[in-house]
Write a new protein. Structure first.
Lengths: 278, 314
């Protein structure tokens, strides 16, 4: 089902500018979410449940003293990878699918502006991923309970790590949407995944920049700061070892993810505004 | 201004401000997390596994691991932890992925063997690395030199050091000092001259800035150790001749034992102590010296500095 069906034109004409925009974004977001659910995106939860259950049961049989470590590492890595794959493969089709099906023209013929469409799509996809992550988080916590028989204080940091993974998803969704605003789905997937990989190596990029002298060093520093820094949002390993996460880091990382997502969404809006849809 | 232009302008402003904000925030995050990044883990230690994972791009992966080894050493050295436990596996992985990565062997010989804080304190690992390097690059005199250097400085095994230098000296492309070093090791004579020749060859045969600086500091220290030894011999001679120790350097000069006031390599005059010992004026700034120190002072180590880029070492 496309977005067009849910836009409420009557409401749009009767309310003032701001609520109208919020209404349009909300409707598009809601329909994007509903469409993703109907596309059976949440089926990945079955695979995740099987994986985490098997890990929780098997790890007790084959490992000594690292049951918690394995469950946290495997669980959080799976949450991250499943989410990123969903974010990329749904995100890249958000715009192109609407164009291919010609439903975009119907949506834009209503009092829905292009930027509202882009922002609504972003929130819809983000909502899908947040729900997906919440359900997977439940699986991780249940597995932890299964292997350790009780929750410990350091398990709180696992929730923080899950929150950081959601922050990663925000950026990935925004990037996928950005690329899909001007490129084909396949190329958007390639660009998004490449940036995700580069972003996960950004600690190394910063390292290269620090050890490279002169102009090349400046260039490397610029690249290191311009690409999305997913490694700063990856705290799986320290959390698996029970390391606490400073409150300031949570604050900064939240700000970073929101700001970087805003960059990509603004870019998508700018491109989409100029795009010839005829 | 129409609606589309307003939206474009707003989006452009949001983009610029958000980008600036994101960079500033990332800078703050980077500053917070840098110590933990320095304590990075080596997730895959098996070169065989890495070779398979590299899909044939072993050269690039070796370069990345070699760069990480240099960064790791620099970060750990800078952080004053004295913990270099990943240096050996990082160099091992880098050289097994690319056995012809000569700078990695050289780096290993210089920084794996010495005791912390100057190195990792793993002479056995350094020795294994050098033997692996020679097995894969038998025509590189520099590796024989590093092996001989290791035997001489860390193991005091003069016979094996002589053998390593002699093997390197027989190669078609070699260094002029190799046969001399082999002979000196065989004789085990002229401690200062031999050490000076070794460090000079190290300095001369590398482009790696941190290794060159290390060699320079050792050459300076050797000069001080040699000066102090010679001056204390002169003081003893003066005492034997006059029945009392000299009161100042001027006494030694007037007695014809020395010409002018002797100065250390940093330009500071040596101090003659009342008990006849010689001390340097600024012992904190002449690293690695074993003589000329105030009683009880340990040989000073260089300040914590990140090694310079490895890019000029290739």
């Amino acid at each position: 089902m496309s977005t067009s069906a849910a836009v409420n034109p009557a409401a749009s004409y009767t309310v003032r500018m701001k609520p109208r925009a919020m209404n349009s974004i909300g409707y598009i977001a809601y329909n994007t979410f509903r469409e993703a659910v109907r596309d059976k995106v949440l089926y990945n939860l079955i695979a995740f449940a099987l994986l985490i259950s098997a890990a929780a049961i098997l790890v007790g049989e084959i490992s000594i003293d690292i049951e918690r470590l394995v469950v946290v590492n495997l669980g959080l890595t799976a949450v991250s990878l499943f989410g990123v794959i969903i974010a990329i493969f749904i995100g890249i089709g958000l715009v192109s699918k609407e164009i291919d099906k010609r439903t975009l023209y119907t949506v834009l013929s209503r009092p829905v502006r292009r930027w509202e469409f882009v922002v609504g799509k972003f929130f819809g996809l983000t909502g899908t991923l947040v729900l997906n992550t919440l359900l997977m988080a439940l699986g991780v916590m249940l597995s932890l309970l299964y292997v350790a028989h009780r929750f410990e204080k350091m398990d709180l940091w696992v929730l923080v790590a899950l929150y950081f993974i959601v922050l990663q998803f925000l950026i990935v969704c925004a990037l996928a949407l950005f690329f899909s605003s001007f490129s084909t789905p396949i190329m958007s997937a390639v660009f998004s995944f490449a940036l995700f990989v580069i972003g996960n190596l950004s600690a190394d990029l910063h390292g290269f920049a620090r050890s490279t002298p002169g102009v090349a060093g400046w260039f490397m520093t610029a690249v290191a700061y311009l690409v999305p820094n997913f490694s700063a949002l990856n705290i799986i390993n320290p959390v698996a070892h029970g390391d606490p996460v400073p409150g300031r880091l949570i604050l900064y990382c939240t700000a970073y993810a929101l700001l970087y997502s805003a960059v990509a969404i603004s870019g998508a809006v700018l491109i989409f505004q100029r795009r010839n849809l005829k | 201004m129409n609606s589309t232009r307003r939206v474009n302008l707003a989006a452009a402003v949001v983009l610029c401000l958000s980008m600036a904000g994101a960079i500033a925030t990332l800078y703050a995050v980077d500053r917070m997390r840098r110590p933990t990044v320095a304590q990075e883990a080596l997730y895959v230690r098996s070169p065989t596994a890495l070779r398979r994972m590299s899909l044939g791009y072993t050269g690039l992966l070796a370069d990345i691991y070699w760069t990480r080894a240099v960064q790791y050493f620099g970060d750990q050295h800078h952080s004053e932890t004295g913990d270099f436990r990943l240096l050996s596996p990082l160099l091992e992985v880098a050289t097994e992925l690319d056995p012809r990565l000569l700078p990695a062997y050289q780096f290993g010989a210089n920084f794996l063997a010495p005791k912390p804080p100057g190195g990792a304190g793993l002479p056995g690992a350094a020795l294994s690395l050098m033997k692996y390097g020679i097995a894969n690059n038998p025509d590189q005199w520099r590796l024989y030199y590093d092996l001989g250097f290791l035997y001489y400085t860390e193991f005091k095994d003069y016979a094996k050091a002589a053998d390593a230098f002699a093997q390197g000296a027989r190669l078609p492309v070699t260094n002029e000092f190799m046969p001399i070093l082999a002979a000196r090791m065989a004789q085990h004579a002229g401690e200062f001259d031999t050490a000076r020749m070794l460090w000079f060859t190290t300095y001369q045969s590398t482009k790696e800035a941190s290794i060159r600086q290390n060699a320079v500091e050792h050459l300076i220290a050797l000069k001080v150790d040699e000066d102090v030894t010679r001056l204390e011999q002169v003081v003893n001679k003066y005492r034997e001749k006059n029945g009392r120790p000299p009161g100042s350097m001027g006494d030694l000069e007037r007695a014809g034992f020395i010409r002018g006031t002797p100065v250390d390599p940093k330009g500071h005059p040596y101090w003659l102590m009342p008990d006849g010992r010689i001390e340097v004026q600024d012992p904190q700034n002449i690293y690695f010296i074993t003589k000329g120190l105030p009683p009880g002072m340990a040989p000073p180590q260089p300040p914590r500095q990140k090694p310079a880029s490895n890019t000029d070492s290739k």
